[in-house]
Write a protein that binds this ligand. Structure first.
Ligand SMILES: [Zn+2]
Length: 179
């Protein structure tokens, strides 16, 4: 009985491989743009440090392959570009992965919260309208203000929150009355 692959280095792209057993690396090195695109989307949310480092070991190979397979007019190219950007960040920076929020406009804070990557501390409204989400990275504690915008599609602008953003000195509150 054949043993299952436990090591990514054993796996090489093969057009005949059953796609359900393909690793992320297989998919990224595939000649099938749909597979590359699917892997890019998975990589976007991937936080497993060991898995990320294993992929980073192949980053140059992945990038060279991506550049040959990539079609700039294809909307999937953006997902692939971000995947490469993320792997480059893991390779060259010790900063928390949440720093990538500042470089991309597709991170929905509610989805990031669902995945456990951030906590939504507050949903700040200006009257009826959502002004921003106040979020905090669960990994490093960095706080962000996230604006939600609509323009063809929904997109989000992440900014590091000013240090005292949660304190509003201009807002006066009546002191609590204790009986
Ligand atoms: Zn962080």
């Amino acid at each position: 009985m054949p043993t299952e692959h436990g090591c990514m280095r054993d796996l090489r792209p093969s057009p005949t491989r059953d796609t359900t057993t393909m690793t992320l690396l297989d998919r990224l090195l595939s000649n099938d743009l749909a597979q590359i695109s699917a892997a890019s989307r998975v990589l976007r949310a991937l936080r497993d440090a060991r898995e990320l480092r294993a992929l980073v070991n192949h980053l140059d190979e992945i990038r060279a392959h991506a550049l040959s397979a990539r079609q700039p007019s294809d909307e999937r190219a953006a997902a692939l570009d971000f995947a490469l950007h993320k792997l480059e960040h893991v390779r060259s920076s010790s900063r928390c992965l949440c720093a990538l929020y500042l470089t991309d406009d597709l991170f929905d804070p509610r989805e990031e919260s669902r995945l456990g990557h951030v906590r939504v501390l507050d949903t700040v409204r200006a009257g009826e309208v959502l002004d921003h989400y106040a979020c905090q990275c669960t990994q490093c504690g960095t706080r962000y203000q996230v604006e939600e915008n609509e323009y063809y599609r929904t997109w989000w602008a992440w900014r590091v929150a000013p240090a005292r953003s949660l304190i509003r000195p201009t807002q006066t509150r009546s002191p609590a009355v204790h009986v």
